[in-house]
Structures are given as C-alpha cells and as structure tokens.
Design a protein. Structure first.
Length: 308
C-alpha cells in the first residue's frame, strides 16, 4: 500500500458501504481497515497499490481489531461508530473532535487480572447475527492463559473458550452457523457449530493442521472457502469446506497476519504483516500488501447494538 511498516498488523476487514461515522459520500472509496495491534493504530485504505493508509485512530492501548456498530433503537452513545478489542477489554469508539476516533464507552475488561502476567485482546470480528467475538492472550502467548469471548447485542460479555494460547480469527461462514478458530502456537484450526439464536458453540472439531508456520488471521470467501495467513510461512492457505488445501499462495513477507477480500468486483485482497520478533526486516515485512484475486469475499458485518 505504501512504505509504512506496521509493528504487528492485523484485523484486515472489507467494508462494503464505506466507513462508519462519516457523512454520506465522504471516504466511501476507503473500503478496507487494518490495525497495528501493539501501537494502537487503526487505518483505512482503498486496497489499490500505492494508495496508502489513512490513520483513523491512534490509541494508547493495544488494538486487536474493530467492527462497525449498528445501533438499534434510540442511541445512547450516538457518537459510537466502532466496537474494538482494546487493551484488556472491549470499548466503543467514536469521533469526538478533529483529533480522530476516541473511546466513548468501556464495555468491560474481561482480560484484566485473569493471569499472573498481563493479557491483551487479540483478533476479533462480528458474526452475521450481530455479535462480536474476540480472543485474548498474554503478550508472549503463554499456553493456557488465552480465551475467546462473545459480546452479545445487549452488551453482556461471555467467556466461550478457555485454556488457549494465541487465538486468531475467528472467522464465520456467511450464514453464521460455523465458526473457525485458529490456535497459532499449536498449528490447529478448529471448527465449531454456532447456535444462531443464542450464539452458543457446539462441540469443536479439528479442521486442518498447519505445519509450515502458525495459522493466523482468517476469512471466509464467497464460495465458502477458508483463507488463512500463515505466520512464519510467507504464504496464505485456502481450504475447501471439507478441509482440502486448494491453494498455497506465496507472499513477500515472512509473517503475514490477516487477510481481507473485497466483495465488490474487481476483487482484491489485502494482507497485513508484522515486524515483531524480526531482527531485521526484508523489503516488505510489516507492510500491507495487495493483489487482485479471482474470487469475492464476504463484507465485514456490524455489531448490532441493542442496549437494555
């Protein structure tokens, strides 16, 4: 996208209807968003080569990922346009002034005080039924301390899976009936049935095991296939719903971290990457890279906020 290098890029998402919180017609060409986790940065981009990254927020806490907010009924925080996995918990972000997005409400800090060492929120996404899911981990990815939570539309937070190390994703099928979750340190991507009415998870099953690196950020495309960035593998994997590796796509970064694919033709993918833990960066390590692809993606969905 440009010469900017992210410390720990993540959270690539495609927004089909422009950026939330902006006036109609303003910035509608900026359809992708990404984060720099450790540095707390949120950026938008058109996804076109050389188009650059536009900074939307510079926060003082680590930022795992965001999703747009759709407010049902009369809004109580009318300025809230994003939900974010931030620091040790979840927050709403909104445009308070010309300084950019700011925290307008803290929804809870479920990662605070759970382990002997500090935890931070990691990758997160809204599911097709309007709930928001987020993983948490220690800064060093210690086994057993991580977990996955679900934020319901009424603002309640539920711990769904525990005893994890570095949860990434999750990613959902278009109907929201299936969730994929990567455990980067073990190499496993697991698959869970999801109750559409309650958001409860059924028994998980092992979907695929990645041997050449760690599965990181994921997305499901319009054909129902799962894409995974492979941390340390300099590649992306694309799997059929049956778990068959359909494509292995090499990328010019050593640590790809997430992928998003546009749902509007001509289709384009962007991939985030990281310089974290690298003694020296090669030409594109840490950069957001982009390419044309032949299959469409699924647009990011909103967190459907329904205050009590």
């Amino acid at each position: 996208m440009d010469d900017r290098r992210l410390h720990l890029g993540e959270g690539a998402r495609f927004l089909e209807v422009g950026l939330p919180g902006q006036d109609a017609g303003a910035g509608e060409e900026h359809h992708f968003v990404v984060v720099d986790i450790i540095d707390g940065g949120l950026y938008s981009t058109t996804g076109l080569p050389g188009s650059g990254l536009t900074q939307l927020a510079a926060l003082s806490e680590s930022l795992g990922a965001v999703a747009p907010v759709h407010q049902e009924g009369a809004p109580t925080e009318s300025s809230a346009s994003w939900v974010a996995a931030l620091g040790a918990g979840l927050v709403l972000l909104g445009q308070r002034d010309a300084a950019g997005l700011q925290i307008v409400q803290r929804l809870g800090q479920p990662a605070a005080g759970r382990a002997e060492v500090p935890l931070r929120m990691n990758d997160a996404v809204a599911d097709p039924h309007g709930r928001f899911w987020a993983g948490a981990m220690t800064y060093d990815g210690d086994p057993g301390d991580g977990f996955l939570l679900r934020l319901d539309r009424n603002g309640s937070i539920h711990i769904m899976l525990e005893d994890l190390a570095i949860p990434n994703g999750p990613a959902f099928t278009a109907d929201g009936a299936t969730m994929y979750l990567a455990e980067t340190t073990t190499g496993w991507i697991r698959r869970f049935p999801v109750d559409p009415a309650t958001g409860d998870l059924g028994p998980g099953e092992k979907f695929v095991h990645v041997c050449e690196g760690g599965p990181d950020g994921m997305t499901v495309d319009a054909e129902g296939c799962l894409w995974s960035a492979v941390w340390g593998g300099s590649c992306l994997h694309r799997y059929s719903p049956a778990g068959e590796l359909l494509e292995r796509i090499e990328v010019p970064v050593r640590q790809p971290t997430s992928i998003a694919i546009s749902s509007v033709a001509p289709y384009r993918a962007i991939v985030t990457s990281a310089t974290q833990h690298l003694d020296s960066a090669t030409r594109h390590d840490g950069r957001v890279i982009t390419a044309e692809v032949s299959v469409g993606g699924l647009p990011a969905v909103s967190y459907n906020r329904r205050p009590q």
